[in-house]
Design a binder for this molecule. Sequence first.
Ligand code: NAP
Ligand code: HSE
Length: 338
Amino acid sequence: MKAISIGLLGLGTVGSGVVQIIESHQDKLMHQVGCSISIKKILVNDMTKERLVAVDKGMLTDNPEDILSNPEIDVVIEVMGGIEETRGYLMEAIKNKKHIVTANKDLMALYGPELLELATENQCDLFYEASVAGGIPILRGLVDGLSSDRITKMMGIVNGTTNFILTKMSKEGRAYDDVLKEAQELGFAEADPTADVGGLDAARKMAILSTLGFSMNIGLNDVEVQGITEISEEDLRYSKKLGYTMKLIGVASRAGDRVEVSVQPALLPEAHPLASVNNEYNAVYVYGEAVGETMFYGPGAGSLPTATAVVSDMVTVIKNMRLGVNGRSAVSPQFRNN
Ligand code: NAP
Ligand code: HSE
């Protein structure tokens, strides 16, 4: 098979991790897909900015067309964030028969069904494992690993930034603003962290999880949301004294045809397994009628953990290219209408 060319949209926290993994794992990747993989072009905003990874300056561009309509590029990896403009870019790329990998939950929670439909019409793959819970392969866990079961409930911590903030505030007595700043510096927080602390980021992830887990379209409007902005240092001190730990918890459950999805801060007894999920780590319980209780745990944000999920999706796209099954793969975590 010919060498595969990648166009990368974004070279920030996640994009830098993607470059690092593709470069440093080249032998393993080649062994898996049977051909070499190279990043051809990288879209950025600011061509002069210092980068977290060394890249050939000639690869950088601020013209999206160098990727979206470049006939040499097979796979577009979107790690730039944003919604409307990004949706337009991905639609153009798909119409130009490019496969897509994205980490963008904002986009997928809003336009996932439409983009997936367009991808299928164009025999293109669109994978988005990194959009929920960073490095944890939760979407594949639901769609492949638990495909034979009927999921009844999912519950867990799906935002790394808020978990980092609550952990540092309660364990180290640090101030909210100070810890939020550190989460931003470490690359966990969104460009605008209001979505993290207000619970919207977790709500987007719960919408994606429940859509896949329950096989029905759950939109953002179906999710009840409360973030951590109202929680004070005093609240955390008192809860600790009483033997409880505060966590931002997402819950999606169904009984018959009725589905409820919410995100809110909750007090957990210290012995509860989710109470010991700290810092940027995430954990999701999935309950299935046949399997019972399963738990997925791992880093929910950060450069390399998130990039691992992105590059694994890329590997699946290339394997599908070899098999000629792009856009109709049984393992594709599709949003399903019913
Ligand atoms: P980031 O550090 O802010 O990086 C964004 C990159 O995209 C930057 O390189 C920026 O260019 C470029 N970019 C943004 N808008 C652009 C535009 N309109 N045109 C051209 N280039 C543009 O963001 P990130 O943390 O890597 O996150 C990227 C995506 O991954 C987001 O959808 C986020 O929700 C998702 N995600 C992030 C994490 C995480 O831990 N950070 C985890 C899971 C998912 P410049 O560098 O020139 O400014
Ligand atoms: N801002 C997100 C978080 C990044 O903190 O969980 C991972 O999706």
